[in-house]
Design a protein around this ligand. Sequence first.
Ligand code: MGP
Length: 302
Amino acid sequence: MGQPKHLQLTYHTLSNKSKKYWKQRYSLFSKFDEGILMNQELWFSVTGERVAIFIAKLLRAYYQDGFQDSVAAVDQDQVDLEYDPAAAAAAAAGGTEQTQQGECDGEQGDNNIQQNIAGITILDVFCGGGGNTIQFARRFDRVFALDFNSENIYCTKNNCGVYGVADHVECVEGDWTDEGVRSWFKSAATAAGAGQEDDDDIEDDRAPVDVIFASPPWGGPGYKNTDVFDLDYLLPLPLKELLETFFIITNDVCLFLPRNSDVKQLSDVTKELLGPEARCRVVYAYDNGFLKGMFVLFGRFV
Ligand code: MGP
């Protein structure tokens, strides 16, 4: 059974824009040689494995221990999650809760993932090639992997199979900007609450979601051409509109954004949407000393 050739790119068939990522192929997927598939765009946008492991571990630790302890728990796993006073001061000026930096150490201390966190469902809204989906699926009960691009969905399904996590993942082809697609998901908390009082027989087959994770398109590697990335240029929606669509379902949201994202803008939008006292948490993700991006956390993760 042959896989589509254009998803089995080699150094020679990669576009010039993506060639530089060839030597990073095993940091994108350590099982690259076992049949990983990616189209041209995924080569520069998929979340590297150690970064994906880092955020999956952090969110899992939260569910095990609560956030304060989760920082400690991740620390114990040798992830050097340090408080960065300079960045924190800058963020505080913008009103964010706290800024931290985490060194992504991959599987270290996490080799025997005891068991997936039962009953927690994550929606990976822009799943791309499945880099994040795979690591969530190794640690959480259920992951919905959504993408509007059928090729991405094909790659995610395939790549989840390579990592043996397909049983935990439901791939859905759909565009988040489409209200019909969004309305298919609902808050797991509401679903549980409704279930208790439920005495009507109205069938509701929408998918309950606890956490929304989003690593949206940043518009390609060109995000680095500016000192501060204006989050109005996120795709497919500007930051505020994107968050609005998420908060209808759950406030427990985690974004992966460019490392040069405008933190003041993040703070302003957070207050606008969640109230004047509202805060978000920013965690800068370093891999081998290189800053790869920032995670921005809302709701119970703050
Ligand atoms: P990068 O900044 O292009 O590479 O991507 P590098 O090698 O860190 O930077 P350079 O300064 O050496 O040139 C770094 C990581 O950012 C990628 O592995 C992806 O995880 C993420 N990333 C990059 N882009 C362009 C996107 C994007 O458009 N969307 C998302 N979600 N992630 C991206």
